[in-house]
Structure formats: C-alpha cells, structure tokens
Design a protein around this ligand. Sequence first.
Ligand code: AMP
Ligand code: ZN
Length: 114
Amino acid sequence: MTDCLFCSIVSGAIPADVVLRTDEVVAFRDINPAAPVHVLVIPVEHHATAAELGAANPVAAAAVLAAAGEVAALEGIAESGYRMVFNSGAGAGQTVFHAHVHVMGGRDLTWPPG
Ligand code: AMP
Ligand code: ZN
C-alpha cells in the first residue's frame, strides 16, 4: 500500500533503524520508545491488524511471533522478560494500521497495562 507508513519502511522509502529483516518480516526500533528496548516487528505483507494477519496468512503471523522472540534474544531481554503488545483498533491506541507487535523490555513492566 503506497499510503501506509510501515509499507514504506518495508520498501525502504522511509528509513528505519532495522534490527532484523527476513523475507517475511522487518523489525525496527520504535521512533518514540516507551521502554529501553522497544522494537516493532511487522509482516512484509500488508494487513491492518494482527487478527486480520492471522486469519489471512497464518504463516506470516507465526513468522512475526518467532521474529519477536528472536529480537528479544538479540536485544538481551529474553531472560529478564519482555512484553509483546498488539494494539488493535483506535480505541486500543492503534495509530498505524499495518499489523505490528511491540516488543518491549529492559525495565520492570507493570500489569495490567492502562
Ligand atoms: P500503535 O500505536 O500500536 O499503532 O504503534 C505505532 C508505533 O509506531 C508507535 O509506537 C510509534 O511511535 C511508532 N512509529 C511511528 N512512526 C514511526 C517511524 N517512522 N519509525 C519507527 N516507529 C514509528
Ligand atoms: Zn502497510
């Protein structure tokens, strides 16, 4: 999608601090980090939400989850603990409608989130 911010990051039209890239996913640092480690993992293929991604392409959805775990290991937070967050819908805080998981860690994370 030409008018999608994250499709533009996939294509390279908009630069990002990429930490992992495969044929199926791209992982890059959030531009406005809410934790010492805050990486977004997105599928290369455009789907608006995580649920739509899972329904349309379960293989790509699994690749996103596996990559999120890989990012946690690369960033050194796999042992200390981290959170995977999928905001789905504007009411839940989703602002970019290209499915993405926030991988967050490096500090104590309170539960439940607000
Ligand atoms: P969400 O609010 O769940 O849709 O998450 C979107 C995230 O994308 C926010 O945490 C933003 O800080 C982040 N973001 C927006 N633009 C960029 C960008 N150009 N590069 C990296 N992260 C971005
Ligand atoms: Zn997109």
